[in-house]
Design a protein. Sequence first.
Length: 242
Amino acid sequence: MPPRPPVRWPYLVLTIAACALFVALGRWQWSRGEHRAAQWREFAASEAPGEVARDATAAELAALPRFTRVRLRGELDPVHQFLIDNISNEGRAGYEVLTPLRLADGSAVLVDRGWVPGSGYRERLPDVAFDAGAGPRTLTGRTGALPVAGVAAGHVPPPADGPWPRVTSFPTHEDLAAALPFALAPGVVLLDAADPQGYLRNWHPPGLEPARHYAYAVQWWAFAALAVVIFVVLNFRRKPSR
């Protein structure tokens, strides 16, 4: 019986390091999945039948938990609107429409009125004009946040001057506040889907669905198992006898 080939220590060390990395990445993705699952449960609870919207002021919005259903009274500003670029829906490019809501105390908050498709031409913006109506109105929604870019290069603030609406890409709240001629309070309200003055509003928690994170975790752990198999095959494969 031919002797067993010696263990190749550099391969063993490399395999252990790779397995440790893959297992750690899998655990990280699994924990992200659990975090996302908690967010999705929280979001689903905010949509439960009978969930009552609470009256809120602009000062209170930023302190409320995300997805809290709120009710505000004010006037939507049809002039000073923002179009957030690089927002896609089912593979189609478009914009998220942000409209300030002017409240009675002089403050304003941003209302996300949903997604509109692009025309295919940068110089031809979608028509987001609307009739503000006579006097204040009451709208309901849930507390949310501005879209966040996957990479820092996606951040483009709105121009400081020029016609409205103004196009921006994954802006910060400070970027938007600097472009407006009035004070903007922190916070964003995601307009209810039933409101007629909005667009496509398929609201869901930010980031990937929990199942995607779980799938990535299993994938990383499969890589760890594959590394072990490759090491065993390469290290203990017997050379053919001559």
